[in-house]
Structures are given as C-alpha cells and as structure tokens.
Design a protein around this ligand. Structure first.
Ligand code: ADP
Ligand code: MG
Length: 700
C-alpha cells in the first residue's frame, strides 16, 4: 500500500520544490508524516482579546488588537529601533523592534488594524511589547474558524518564504483534510487506551493541531506524550529482555579462592548493607550465563570502588581478566594505588595504562593482557584503544561513567569474543525512571547508604568579604592535623583568564599560608601528567596540607584526612559539580565542612543552587533540584545518545506520565515478551515499521 503519509513533502499542495527544500533543511520535515508531527507550540484563542488598558506590570503574555496610529524610527546604530503605536478603545500601546527594523517598517502600515501577541512590559511608564507576533486583522489569513489557531516553530528563512509560525496551519489543515483514520490508525492496545481514557490516535493528531478549546488540547497532548514515552519504554524493555534471554555472557559459576581470601583476609572494613546487596545482584547476573550490563548509582563516598574490586576478583576466580576505566589519570592512578595496596599480598597482577604510560612499559602491558598473565588492567581511555587486546576479558568497570561518551563505552564490548560483563558506576544520581530512559537498557543498582561513622558534611555559604574568617578557620583545621581543598573555577581549561585567576588565587592562598609552616599542592589541567601526579601524591601523603586545584579533582579523588572543601566563586559551578566537589571531604571519621565562597552579586539561579547545597547532602535530592533548574537537556553523557529527544514529552515535567508509561510497557512485556498476542499486533507492526528510525542502540 502506498502510504500517503510517506509522500515527499514537496508534493503537498502549497509546498513545492523550493519550500520543500527549506522544510527539509531547516526543520527536518521530509514527508507528510513529518509535517503532521511538527506540532504547534501554542494556540491563539481569538475569543480572548484583551484591552490595552488592562495591561499592568504583572501582565505576562497578552493578546490585543489595535489600529496603528503612528510609526517612528528612533535612535542610532545599536539603539536604533522601530516603534509602532497602536490604539484600541481603551488606550495606546507601543510595539518595539530592535532587530529587523527594516522588515518591520515594511510590514506595519499606519491606519490598519493588527492582531498582536507578546510579552508586555513597561518603558518609562507606558506599556509596550518588544518583538511581538502580529498579523493584520482584516487579512484573510485566518485559516481556521471554530478552533484555536495553532502557532508552529519556524525559522527566519521559512518566514521569508511565507512559512511563518502561523502559516503552517494552512498546510497542516490541508493535509489533515486529505487523510482519514486509516492513514493514522491506532497503535496502542485497546486495553491501555481504555484504562487511561486516551483519545484515539487520529483524533489526537487532529485535536493537537486544531483544538476546539484548551481542555481538548490538553487531552490530545496527554495522548501523544504517552504514546512517545510508552513506545520508548517498550523499545528499552524489548532490548533488555532480549539481552536477558539471549545474549551470551561470560559464566562466573563459582566464588573462588581470590574472592574468599580477600574477603576474609584483606577487606579493611565490614561491607555496608547496600554494598552487599549490589554484590549479590552482580553475582546473580554474572552467574546466569547471560551478559550483564548494569548501572550502579551510588552517592559520592558510598564505596563503589570496593564493590568493583570484589566483582573483579570474582572474574579472576572464574578464569577471566578484568579491566577498569576511569575518566582522568589522577583517578586511574588513585585506583591503581588503592587496589594495588589492598591486593599486595595476593597473587594478582594489576597494571596501569594511561596516555602517559611509557612505550616500553606499554608494550609489556599489552603483551601481558594478550597472553592472559595480567589479571586487572586499570586505566583511562587508553584501555579502549584497538591495540589493547585481552586473552579473555570477562568483566569491565567504567567508573564515573557520566564522563565518558556513549561510543567510548560501546568499544568495550568488542574487546572479547563473548562481550564482557559491564558495570557502569556513577555518582551523579538521576531519578530511577529517568536513568532508565537516559541510559537505555541497563539494569540498575543503587547504593543509598554511606559507610558507618561518617558525619554529615556541614555546608555553609560565605560572601567574599568573610574571607579572613574563612582562612582563619582553615588554619585551625590544619593545626588540628587536617587537610583542606581550595577549588577555583576553570571552566574551560584553555581559557587564559580563568588560568590567570587561578594563579592569582594561588598567590593569594600562599600569602595566607606562608611556607615553611604551610605547604601547598597545586593541580590543574595545564600541567603535565607527571607534575599533576607529583602534586597529588604529596597531598595524599600529607606532605602538603592544602590542595589548590581546579575541577580536575572533581571526581573520585579520595583523601580521607581532608576535611574542608572551599569552593571559590561557587556561583559559577553547577549543582552536580558542587556536589561532586563536596564529596571529596567527609570521607573519614572527622567532621567535615564545605564552604561556598561567592561574590555579593548572585542571580536567582545561583542563589537557588547555593541554598540547595546548604540544605541537603543527599545526591538524589540534589539531582532532582538540578533537573528542576536546568531541565533534562543537560543530563551529562546522555544527550548524544538521542534518548531524550522527544517531540512533545519532557521527561522531567512529564515524569508522572513517564512512570505510568514505563509500568505499562513493562507489564505488557512481562505478559507477552515477543508481542505475539493478537491485542498487541498493532503495536508490533508499528515498532517494526519504525525500526531503524529510532535506534535504541546499547550504550555500553
Ligand atoms: P565512591 O562511591 O565515591 O567511589 P569510594 O569507593 O572512593 O567512594 O569510597 C569512599 C571511602 O569509603 C574510601 O576511603 C573507602 O575505603 C571507604 N569505604 C568504602 N566502603 C566502606 C565500608 N563499608 N566501611 C567503611 N569504609 C568504607
Ligand atoms: Mg569513586
């Protein structure tokens, strides 16, 4: 059947080759279907016209109609603007353009009546709208009569070709008139539609573009969002269940000598309940004969590393090699040091491979990895290079996974004939459902417990003017034998100004803490790895009491004797970064502090972030807040996966719906894993037809 909705967009009446090309280039609209899925972002309700006199300083967006009584170009160069004054029965209003002055000048005609929409403001006591949407009232532009009129996302180029935000309505209406329910059939199982009282699919499309009222629009939006989320969850679920059922994985059938002797002889502490639970989950997965692909979320300091180590021992007990990848050299080196010392009395070989490993040594490591004599390889991105070949890699750990890209993770799969089990660890928690959506088909473990004896970190906000007190406090902590961090923002490590700031900051710290009473380490991204490492080691060994650094030490670094984290210009950091930095202290028995130093000028968002940090130590709460403030677009490491690209749904704002969609998708797959039931055929056909369009590729 030749599907009408698959027709190339240029064939739609009113489009043609030139506009067609633009639609493809500017908005990715290639087919009739794409146009239908180009949804309006708002609607105009022509019954709601306001009087100009009703505009107050509290007014936000507003619609008015009025006749243009005068126009004027004011100012020169940068302050040049076009002002058109309109008048209705109640008063006058200025419309102002700073951009597109010439264009607005041409479009606005004195004496004509216009319909105007925009955000109202006041300038020198008079109301005005800057860059309003507008349209001549008398014009025959009004496509739709009994509906709210849709306004669509468009672009400058399309506007110039007569396809502005409102002109799409004409095309979309024509298209909707050409098709019937047969062209856009229901895909969701009847049972689900009934249960959630969803609008039928075709009706939802119609209504979303041309709703009779706000209520109807809401219903259509809910239906379409649910469909998006449900289909996405179903794809994730299908992938996961296929992996659970069919993917072959290294078999860890026994708990052996290495695991047991380490556990009873060398483990320096009792595991927390959460650590034990996760270990059990890993054992179950790796003993199933299927490949494990698991995400471990645990707040900073919850003790993920030891879990990874124990799991690696399990691999070795079963005749496999293991590797662990960390995002920075500092962190990789730290893992080597701590694991090396924990394992020093055991017959286990551990090596470090990073970008700065000398070629002679690298050659040796590669040989040992290839001939199987190397048990554990720790490293940075260097471990995924093609030259690194294992004899039989069975387990791979990715620490602080949010620092790695999707493609890099995927390369680990190829390191062994049977793909190794993969444990992905992150301390940037995101809510569960979100994690499942963002990270695809990974199984999910959570460690929501800190090792015993930790005291909560006290976080305070201090203005720049309180620096003397803050420095005094640092001195008293150092006198008590503690160590401190002072962090400077170096957002772009290459930026000269930031760098100079850091150096100035360092000089400043030196002035407060003169040698030989005090010793300072400094670490930043411009140093060679050797220098970084030397400075880090000196701090680790307590040869220095103060670590001045940029965010290169943000993740993973573990110096339990450090008790104060001072963050300079804290207003410049994001929430998750602040939380990660704070996580560098509070790792030992002593009470720890995080001091957020800021200037007196704080914008609202920064104020909110600081308040959140002072209010809670809970990484999950902070993650929620972060999402609230920034939206989902920034969840690190997920953007490139394309998993958060929904046309209508917003996985933060629509979390509730996402949760419902997830539960329903999972239940459906539980009952009918291959979608063989007749009630699910519509769905299956749809998924097959869509196949290749959205790739839910495995991400690690
Ligand atoms: P993260 O989860 O942030 O990676 P780490 O694995 O670096 O945390 O652990 C933080 C600190 O807690 C380390 O010093 C580690 O030795 C210690 N630790 C981990 N598990 C326990 C435990 N069960 N009891 C006491 N200390 C622990
Ligand atoms: Mg860690």
């Amino acid at each position: 059947m030749a599907e009408i909705l698959s027709s190339p967009i240029e064939y739609l009446k009113g489009v043609g080759p030139q506009r067609g090309d633009l639609l493809k280039k500017e908005l990715g609209i290639f087919t009739f279907r794409d146009l239908l899925e180009h949804f309006p972002y708002r609607h105009i309700d022509r019954t709601k016209i306001n009087l100009i006199s009703s505009i107050t300083p509290q007014t936000d967006f507003i619609q008015v109609t009025g006749r243009v009584i005068s126009v004027e170009v004011i100012g020169e160069k940068k302050s040049k603007r076009f002002v058109a004054t309109i008048k209705d029965s109640s008063g006058t209003l200025d419309l102002v353009w700073f951009q597109g002055v010439a264009w607005a000048q041409k479009a606005i005609q004195v004496g004509k009546e216009y319909f105007v929409y925009g955000r109202a403001g006041f300038f020198q006591g008079s109301p005005q709208i800057t860059h309003p949407e507008f349209e001549m009232s008398e014009s025959e532009n009004q496509v739709v009569k009994n509906f709210l009129e849709p306004v669509y996302p468009s672009s400058e180029k399309l506007k110039a070709r007569g396809l502005g935000g409102r002109q799409f309505a004409r095309l979309t209406l024509a298209l909707l008139n050409m098709i019937t329910e047969k062209d856009l059939p229901e895909i969701l199982p009847d049972e689900i539609c009934r249960q959630l009282e969803l609008l039928p699919r075709f009706a939802a499309y119609q209504t979303n573009h041309f709703p009779a009222n706000a209520e109807a629009y809401k219903k259509s939006l809910e239906r379409l969002k649910f469909e998006e989320l449900f289909i996405a969850q179903l794809r994730i679920g299908l992938l996961q269940s296929q992996r659970h059922r069919f993917s072959k994985g290294a078999m860890f059938s026994k708990v052996g000598e290495m695991f047991n002797s380490f556990y009873s002889g060398y483990l320096p502490f009792e595991l927390t309940g959460a650590q034990k639970k996760v270990l059990k989950e890993i054992r179950k997965d790796t003993g199933s004969g299927k490949q494990m692909n698991r995400l471990l979320q645990g707040d900073v300091g919850s003790g993920k590393t030891i879990v990874a180590l124990l799991a690696m021992l399990l691999a070795i007990d079963n005749g496999f090699q293991a590797c662990m990848m960390a995002p920075t050299e500092i962190l990789a080196k730290q893992h080597l040091d701590s694991m090396g010392s924990l394992l020093k009395d055991m017959p286990i070989t551990v090596e470090l491979l990073t970008g700065s490993t000398k070629s002679k040594q690298k050659k040796q490591i590669l040989e040992q990895a290839a001939n199987g004599s190397l048990n554990i390889l720790i490293g940075t991105h260097a471990v995924i290079e093609d030259v690194v070949q294992f004899k039989n890699l069975g387990f791979a750990v990715i620490d602080e996974q949010h620092r790695f890209g999707v493609a890099q993770r995927a390369r680990l799969w190829a390191k062994s004939l049977i793909p190794p089990h993969i444990l992905v660890m992150t301390a940037t928690p995101i809510p569960r459902t979100l994690a499942m959506t963002a990270y695809g088909d990974l199984d999910y473990s959570i460690m929501d417990e800190l090792p015993p004896g930790r005291q909560p970190i006290v976080t305070v906000h201090r203005y720049e003017s309180k620096r003397p007190e803050v420095m005094g406090f640092l001195k008293s902590e150092i006198e008590n034998g503690r160590q401190v961090y002072i962090i400077f923002p170096l957002i772009e490590e290459s930026e000269k100004m930031d760098y100079e700031n850091l150096m100035k900051g360092y000089e400043n710290v030196k002035a407060w803490f003169p040698e030989p009473k005090y010793w300072i380490s400094m670490v930043h991204g411009r140093q060679s790895n050797e220098v970084k490492d030397t400075n880090m080691q000196r701090f680790l060994k307590h040869d220095t009491q103060i670590m001045v650094s940029t965010t290169v030490i943000e993740v993973g670094v573990n110096v339990p004797n450090a008790t104060v984290m001072v963050i300079e210009s804290a207003e410049k950091f994001g929430l998750s970064q602040l939380h990660q930095l704070r996580g560098r202290v509070g790792r030992g028995k002593e009470k720890s502090f995080c001091i957020l130093l800021t200037s007196h000028k704080l914008n609202n968002e920064a104020r909110e972030r600081i308040k959140t940090m002072c209010g809670t130590n809970d990484g999950f709460k902070i993650a929620e807040k972060d999402l609230e403030i920034r939206g989902p677009g920034d969840i690190s490491g997920t953007r490139q996966s394309g998993m958060l690209d929904f046309k209508l749904a917003d996985i933060v704002k629509d979390r509730q719906l996402l949760e419902t969609a997830r539960q329903m998708a999972w239940k459906l797959l539980d009952d009918d894993p291959d979608l063989n039931a007749s009630a699910n055929q519509k769905l299956k056909n749809h998924l097959n037809a869509q196949h290749g369009k959205t790739q839910w590729s495995r991400i690690s």
